[in-house]
Design a protein around this ligand. Structure first.
Ligand code: SF4
Length: 696
């Protein structure tokens, strides 16, 4: 606590999955100073541009201050009465699967838990899914297939202790900047460390790459299958560790059948990468949305995990596969069951024993017994009228889901839509029947979990404006009106935390990974002062790594290598749509810019939506630098500023996902993306659409 001034309060950044600690200094007039917390284990005082400028994003412009029904203020009582009346009527007439919640990795874990308990435990449907489906669902599926649970094996320190860090489908420099800063510092301190970047684009992360492999879209499985075959050829399989792993022979046989030309990488560069990987004991492979957002995302994850399992390079200092999550609380949502196919505490909805235990814990006979609709299917069901009442919390699916024009039409046509948010000025909020004002970052209190399983507190340092309330209170007020008040009679976030910490003890009893029951009797004061805590919180693995000891969470107790067959993107380029469209983030904006867009400093980085296109493709289309271009796909269109760069492969184009617009044409790029998903994970293929480009 030594460098904290008396007026500063510890909290956590609002944005990405790195989960940096911040010190907040209220100025007494609604503003805050923000600086990095030198004692937080995620950042040790560092912040990126987004975190540094959080204080600029607190203005009241467009803040939602009162519940609003069709544009007119109403009381909280009237708003919650109406929400309960509408949901109850739909459930009585059409059943519980005719309603849905679409939630967000922006929610605090306490809010997430209450939403999940309400939908799965009392409404009796599993129709609750989250925008984390767009972020890391493929990693969840890959982890579960290989490890038996959704477990990130390693820690941030592993990136610093590795001798080789492979970043695949991860522009760490822009999307997880403080983790990138840690890697840069580690590489400077340990000059023998090597960095390989696997990405179709030459991104800012390549500034520290010893080798950049511009993989063809969809070439990842072939690339890592080739690595597995090379590991076997080199005699580098770890026989001792493989006694703890099933499926080895089938995975290797499938890997050997892969056609490496699908990678788009020269044989010499592939050989160089394979030799480096095999010859370096301490390897960490970091992967993110470039792997996850694919119709083969789960297979890509398992192709990576196969290589680490085959060599036993997992769960040891400086070794392991590492999924970096996009959102501030994607991990917390996973822990309390925010996905439509999970229960809570990493328990399975389809496991009768797990369901029975949760039913007893929640004292409810209505616990859902079949998975609900995943995000893309959920909004398809909304469009088809099968879901008639929808509650959207802190996310903007009218901009961010694939085929976003159809999603917008679906929400507009839904019988009853509730939106909880800090603003009524998003594309989605404007379509709501009922708007509920929520508290925002620095106004609310709870926990988040970052990419290396560290639970951190977000603390309230500012008073809520107007009638804004924390999300858990939106939900408990609704639950009380539905007749479930006793089960949702929480007085504080600490009470909610204690409840799901106790529930996690049941998961621990089943031998699962997420067990924080050691915190279930934490006092209010202890919760208030809770320091960053990496789970597991007890036992031999406390705060550390998983699987280095060869113990997994599958029924056999062994890890699993999976045979994975390369397959390319679903949408095929044609003469009409000859370009492969990749989408992603930029350094200084966050999602649809409802917060980061308020900062003049952040908006100065890249001020308008743009399209990266190779100069040879631009010349063929008569496009000059800074021309406005129209990008069209079978699903929609956008108008963007042309940015000619040799950092992108000919035939590929790239556009950021942040910009929006009420009417076409706009920079709303997800309007162009096909609603194609991975059949295992349900994650959309957001990085491999097809499109045409023309001067506008
Ligand atoms: Fe916030 Fe992520 Fe930047 Fe850290 S790296 S300051 S968590 S946006």
């Amino acid at each position: 606590m030594k460098d904290v001034s008396a007026s500063e309060i510890r909290s956590t950044c609002a944005y990405c999955g790195v989960g940096c600690g911040v010190l907040l200094g209220p100025d007494g007039q609604g503003g805050l100073s923000v600086r990095g917390d030198s004692e937080h284990p995620a950042n040790f005082g560092r912040l990126c541009s987004k975190g540094t400028n959080l204080g600029e994003t607190l203005g009241m412009e467009d803040r939602l201050l009162h519940p609003m029904l069709h544009g007119k203020p109403v009381s909280w009582d009237a708003a919650l009465d109406l929400a309960a009346e509408k949901f109850r009527a739909v459930i009585e007439e059409h059943g519980p699967d005719a309603v849905a919640f679409y939630v967000s990795g922006q929610l605090l874990t306490e809010d997430y838990y209450v939403a999940n308990k309400l939908m799965k435990g009392f409404i009796g449907s599993a129709n609750i899914d989250t925008n984390s489906r767009l972020c890391m669902a493929s990693s969840v599926a890959g982890h579960k297939r290989a490890f038996g649970t959704d477990t990130v094996p390693g820690t941030y320190e592993d990136l610093e202790e590795a001798d080789l860090v492979v970043l695949t489908g991860s522009n760490l420099a822009w999307c997880h900047p403080v983790l990138y800063q840690r890697l840069v510092a580690a590489k400077a301190a340990r000059p023998h460390m090597r960095v390989v970047v696997i990405d179709p684009r030459r991104t800012a992360t390549c500034d520290i790459a010893d080798l950049h492999l511009p993989v063809a879209p969809g070439g990842d499985v072939a690339l890592f299958n080739g690595l597995l075959a090379a590991i076997d050829d080199a005699g580098a399989m770890n026989a001792e560790f493989l006694s703890h792993v099933d499926g080895v022979e089938a995975a290797v046989a499938e890997a050997r059948a892969s056609d490496l030309s699908a990678t788009g990488i020269s044989p010499a560069d592939l050989r160089a990468f394979y030799d480096l990987w095999i010859g370096t004991g301490k390897v960490v492979t970091v992967y993110s949305q470039g792997v996850n957002q694919s119709s083969a995302g789960a297979d890509k994850v398992n192709a990576i995990l196969n290589c680490h399992l085959a060599t036993g390079r997992i769960g040891q200092p400086g070794m392991g596969p590492f999924s970096v999550t996009g959102q501030p609380n994607a991990m917390g949502g996973r822990e309390v069951g925010g996905l439509a196919n999970m229960l809570a505490s990493h328990m399975d909805l389809e496991n009768a024993d797990h369901r029975s235990a949760v039913r007893g814990f929640w004292d409810s006979s209505a616990v859902a017994d079949t998975p609900g609709l995943k995000a893309v299917d959920m909004f398809r069901a909304v469009g088809e009228g099968r879901i008639k009442a929808l509650w959207i919390m802190h996310t903007n699916p009218a901009v961010t889901l694939p085929d976003a024009d159809r999603v917008r039409e679906a929400i507009a046509g839904c019988d009853f839509v509730v939106v909880s948010d800090i603003t009524g000025a998003t594309d989605t909020a404007r379509l709501a029947d009922l708007l509920l004002p929520a508290t925002g970052w620095a106004e609310k209190s709870g926990t988040v979990t970052n990419s290396d399983r560290t639970i951190s507190r977000q603390r309230k340092v500012l008073e809520a404006p107007g009638e804004a309330r924390p999300d858990w209170q939106h939900l408990t007020g609704f639950a009380a009106r539905m007749g479930w008040g006793t089960a949702f009679d929480y007085a504080s976030p600490a009470e909610i935390f204690r409840e799901y910490a106790a529930l996690s003890g049941i998961a621990g009893g089943f031998g699962l990974d997420f067990d924080i029951s050691g915190l279930s009797d934490i006092s209010d004061a202890g919760y208030e002062s809770l320091s960053p805590t990496r789970w597991p919180v007890a036992g031999a693995r406390q705060g550390g790594r998983f699987f280095g000891d060869g113990r997994f969470f599958t029924p056999s107790g062994k890890g699993r290598m999976l045979p994975v067959t390369p397959r390319g993107p679903v949408a095929q380029t044609t003469a009409e749509h000859p370009f492969r469209l990749n989408t992603g983030r930029i350094r200084d904006q966050w999602h649809t810019m409802t917060r980061s867009g308020r900062s003049a400093k952040l908006s100065a980085h890249l001020a308008e939506p743009f399209l990266e296109i190779h100069p040879s493709d631009a010349a063929a289309k008569g496009i000059s630098p800074s021309d406005l271009v129209e990008v069209t796909s079978p699903h929609g269109r956008a108008i963007l500023r042309a940015f000619l760069t040799e950092k992108i492969r000919p035939g590929d184009i790239f556009a950021p996902m942040h910009w929006t617009g009420e009417t076409a044409p706009s920079g709303r790029i997800d309007a162009l993306v096909a609603p194609v998903v991975d059949p295992v994970s349900g994650q959309p293929e957001s990085k491999a659409a097809v499109a045409q480009v023309a001067r506008w």
